[in-house]
Write a protein that binds this ligand. Structure first.
Ligand code: TRP
Length: 482
């Protein structure tokens, strides 16, 4: 069968997509969110579940999303509709694209606030505003930075404007170039910080905290948090990777690019953990200090290390760029959709979306000052945006993507797109059809407390074994089933 050919601006060169997708996935999720969540959920156990989720859910789902995007050549809504119709299925699957788009928008609404923190810290680093000699002092700087809505709003507005300006111009233009120097820069900074950490006295404690597995700390909520973070850090189920996949040239291998992106992303997160936790333990800070964790701890280390002033500036600059290359990807789906399906120019689409985004993100920003008491069920607006997207919409969206690629999409179509060797395709298919969906469901039900203490995990093994036998029988019967 023939792919749906549609002329499209494609990524340039062999590395274009890898760079852009790495730019999307490596961001605040790796350097800000991963450490503070690891701290909150107790360390090694969280890290291990997160790694398992990357392997068993993240990588196969990412491959599916890229394949869906490339096959459908368009924004999530259009691409999914096309692929579903091509496979003789209902166009209603496009609902999944709507949810993804909404999810990307919601993530960006609170992401610009954190990116705003990073840019304001870059400014503070440049202007000498990060001088304090204790954890308490650094915490006070962080709190003061949040307390004034005009100050905080200025920085998040700046990030919003920068993001929309770039998206309005078309993402291909600058993104490949920026990632080309941001990534190595960020990695070099992290290496320097890890080397410093080796001598800081907290390295062993930090290392053990990250990698010593204590199953006692594994609660249902922690597992859901780890799974949600795997989606977040790989930019999945929110239209970002799918839309970037739409610009992937037909001759590039989806498996290899996915693996490259996932490995880079994971390495950056682990390196960030190795750079940060030693500082936290060396200074007697509580790893469960919440979202301010890196902003309160790292500047302390920069003050103590040789050439710390320069390193601090470069680090926050890299962090800001990493945040920007991620932010762009979250809203690209919406802008691409307005542009392709409604004929709105990219520029107008970007500014229109930008205004709505600015309003929602301002509400999120107010959670840290004026609106600190505006809580619903114990969470303020910023937390709700994070919670609803990472713990609900992304896992559900990921489940949808897995079902789409595993069951709905025509078998030959997905095989053509992925182009894997037969044995690997069989493995991928088994994982995307049974392992990932089942894992997502179980984690969900467990977090809701529906599985109960008496749940027998052998059920899961039994279901998987049954699926394996079923698949083997079916493929025996008809060599090219749909
Ligand atoms: N993955 C990015 C990070 O780790 C964040 C990100 C980019 C994202 N695009 C996304 C998160 C889409 C959710 C949805 O910082």
């Amino acid at each position: 069968m023939t792919a749906i050919a549609r002329p499209k601006a494609l990524w340039l060169g062999r590395w274009g997509f890898v760079l852009a997708a790495t730019g999307s996935s490596v961001g605040l999720g790796n350097i800000w969110k991963f450490p503070y969540m690891t701290g909150e959920y107790g360390g090694g156990a969280f890290v291990l579940v997160y790694l398992l989720c990357i392997a068993a859910i993240g990588i196969p789902v990412m491959m599916s999303e890229i394949a869906l995007g490339r096959r459908g050549r368009g924004s999530p809504v259009d691409a999914i509709r096309r692929v579903a119709r091509e496979s003789g299925r209902s166009g209603l699957w496009a609902t999944l694209g709507w949810m993804a788009m909404l999810c990307g928008f919601m993530v960006l609404s609170f992401y610009v606030v954190v990116a705003g923190w990073s840019v304001s810290y870059l400014w503070k680093a440049l202007s000498g505003g990060l001088a304090a000699d204790s954890v308490e002092g650094m915490a006070a700087i962080f709190t003061a930075n949040n307390a004034n809505p005009w100050n905080l709003g200025f920085w998040s507005t700046l990030v919003t404007v920068a993001t929309m300006a770039i998206v309005g111009k078309g993402v291909q233009a600058g993104i490949e170039r920026s990632v080309r120097w941001m990534m190595p820069g960020l990695v070099i900074m992290l290496v320097i910080m890890i080397v410093y950490a080796l001598f800081s006295g907290g390295f062993k404690a930090g290392f053990l905290f990250l990698f010593a597995f204590d199953p006692g700390k594994l609660t249902g909520a922690a597992v859901l948090a780890a799974m949600g973070h795997a989606f977040f850090t790989l930019s999945l189920a929110s239209g970002a990777i799918l839309t970037y996949g739409a610009y992937l040239p037909a001759d590039q291998s989806i498996g290899r690019t996915t693996l490259t992106v996932a490995i880079c992303d994971t390495l950056v997160a682990l390196m960030a953990g190795l750079a940060i936790f030693p500082v936290i333990f060396a200074n007697g800070m509580d790893p469960a200090s919440g979202p301010g964790l890196i902003f309160m701890s790292l500047p302390l280390a920069f003050q103590q290390m040789p050439l710390g002033g320069v390193i601090e500036v470069v680090f926050f600059l890299m962090l800001a760029v990493a945040a920007l290359t991620s932010a762009i990807s979250m809203i690209e789906a919406t802008v691409a959709w307005l542009n392709e399906s409604h004929g709105v120019s990219r520029r107008r689409a970007a500014w229109g979306v930008g205004i709505v985004l600015w309003i929602v993100s301002t509400l999120a920003m107010l959670s840290f000052n004026v609106g600190a008491d505006w809580k619903l069920a114990g969470r303020h607006f910023f937390d709700w945006l994070d919670f609803l997207t990472s713990r609900l919409m992304m896992p559900l969206g990921g489940l949808g993507m897995a079902i789409l690629a595993g069951f709905v999409m025509h078998r030959q179509a997905i095989r053509d797109e992925l182009g894997l060797p037969p044995w690997l395709h069989v493995l991928w298919q088994f994982v995307i059809r049974y392992v990932s969906p089942l894992a997502i469901l179980v984690v969900f039900l467990d977090a809701l407390g529906w599985l109960g203490a008496g749940f027998d995990w052998r059920w899961i093994a039994a279901i998987l074994a049954l699926a394996l036998v079923g698949e083997a029988v079916i493929s025996r019967r008809s060599p090219t089933p749909r």
